[in-house]
Write a protein that binds this ligand. Structure first.
Ligand code: SF4
Length: 443
């Protein structure tokens, strides 16, 4: 959490734990903002909190387990008189079960608007006007150099393995005006990198403008005449159009990086996943991207052990990964989820095979990344300065175009003599360690 808080003994403090993805992180930022407006104060020290809020994730098995573990651990660690509120995706899916399983939790709140959330807190844990805070600094859950901007909620794609449409509901896009104004506000407070996110950003606008409107949104953001980085995360492969590629190429402020979750490449599996593309389409889209923007970095994610996946299907996936050489890759084991169509598909792949296949892919990727990182040695890249690693400012972290926040590697570099944050400097890459690059600033 990116906060510097001055403590005041008379105030009522809440402590917030945000689990799950970047989209959840934005929800955490927003509810924090609303609670502060209502007079509650945020603390980064759980021992002085009267109210503890856990924003959970309920997307797949591992995320659910983590959420439950965090709730149970927090119940052990929290100050004796403090109250605990559990909110978000996990509650949306399992409110009844959670109430029975963990009755010590004071309040469970499913996904509701930020306003409703605040009202529920005010009703259940009222504060006297004397203890209301007048003002607290804006709270950021990300380092000051970057932010995520959520362009829509929900998803209407209904991939057969995914519980998100059940948890978050159908697509609900924010208007272009709202998003542009959020971007302006972020730039005004010194943020340099804007990461556009949604479950699928290529679906943006279909609900409110009756047609995909991502290009229009990007153009509206680019009409802000300022220096910044704009990074596009989570694009549905089949909807990457030639126009979008042209647009990415056309403006140096759009980072030459795309996150395109492909999930699999075997056509039979893709059909069962209800993903509307084939391996041939995937290959064409990737070839087009690389042809038009040779420097583009592509991130993807894969699911291993989807029901009915055979060893042959998996080998096909391996071949594709070796052929395409994604710059970044996330691999997840298939997680059987209630309410999804894939839950009924047979035969299931045993969990030890799902795990083994995940490890195989990650090992292949490690070698591919090594090759890419080797090719970066001696080259200089614009690098967004993020944090000093030590208090003397001798070593800094930052990210270049091929590194999205939180999920990819980063750059460790020296020689940043001006000590300025939130700006782009030139860093020469001298070495690398696993997924991270090591370099020096040549300003
Ligand atoms: S695109 Fe598919 S996987 Fe992604 S959130 Fe929507 S339904 Fe889930």
């Amino acid at each position: 959490m990116w906060v510097k808080i001055t403590k005041d003994k008379d105030k009522i403090y809440f402590y917030l734990i945000s689990l799950g993805c970047a989209k959840n992180l934005i929800d955490s930022e927003k509810i924090t903002e609303h609670l502060i407006k209502a007079g509650y104060a945020l603390t980064e020290d759980i021992s002085e909190a009267s109210l503890i809020i856990i924003n959970t994730c309920g997307f797949i098995k591992d995320a659910k387990r983590e959420s439950i573990d965090v709730i149970l651990n927090t119940l052990q660690e929290k100050p004796p008189d403090s109250k605990i509120v559990v909110y978000g995706c996990l509650v949306q899916r399992y409110q009844k079960e959670l109430k029975e399983l963990i009755p010590e939790v004071d309040l469970f709140l499913p996904i509701i608007s930020y306003k409703e959330f605040t009202e529920k807190i005010m009703t259940n844990f009222p504060i006297s006007s004397a203890s209301k805070i007048k003002k607290q600094k804006r709270i950021l859950f990300t380092p000051p150099s970057y932010t995520y901007i959520k362009i829509s909620e929900g998803c209407g794609n209904f991939c057969s393995y995914c519980s998100i449409p059940l948890i978050r509901g159908p697509l609900k896009s924010y208007s272009i005006n709202e998003i542009v104004s959020e971007v302006k506000k972020a730039l005004d407070r010194g943020v340099y990198e804007i990461n556009l996110i949604a479950q699928d950003i290529t679906a943006y606008g279909v609900d409110i403008y009756q047609k995909p409107s991502l290009n229009l949104l990007i153009k509206s953001i680019l009409s802000i005449k300022r220096e910044f980085w704009l990074r596009l995360l989570y694009l549905y492969p089949a909807r990457i159009s030639t126009e979008l590629i042209k647009l990415i190429k056309s403006d140096s402020r759009i980072v030459k990086y795309v996150d395109i979750p492909i999930q699999h490449v075997n056509n039979r599996i893709l059909r069962l996943m209800n993903r509307h593309y084939t391996k041939e389409i995937l290959r064409k889209k990737i070839e087009l991207l690389r042809e038009k923007i040779p420097s583009i970095a592509i991130r993807t994610s894969i699911i291993t052990g989807f029901p009915t996946e055979t060893e042959k299907d998996f080998q096909e996936l391996i071949e594709f990964i070796k052929e395409v050489k994604f710059e970044n890759l996330g691999v997840f084991e298939y997680s059987p989820e209630e309410g999804t169509k894939a839950l009924f598909l047979k035969p299931r792949v045993p969990s030890y095979v799902r795990e083994k296949r995940r490890k195989v892919l990650m090992n292949i990727q490690k070698e591919l990344v090594k090759e890419k990182n080797k090719s970066f040695k001696g080259k200089t890249f614009p690098c967004l300065v993020e944090l000093p690693v030590d208090k003397y400012g001798g070593l800094w972290t930052g990210r270049i175009f091929s590194q999205a926040p939180d999920v990819d590697g980063r750059v460790y570099f020296t020689n940043h003599n001006t000590g300025e944050w939130r700006k782009v400097v030139n860093v020469r890459i001298n070495d690398f360690k696993d997924y991270d690059l090591i370099g020096e600033c040549i300003e």
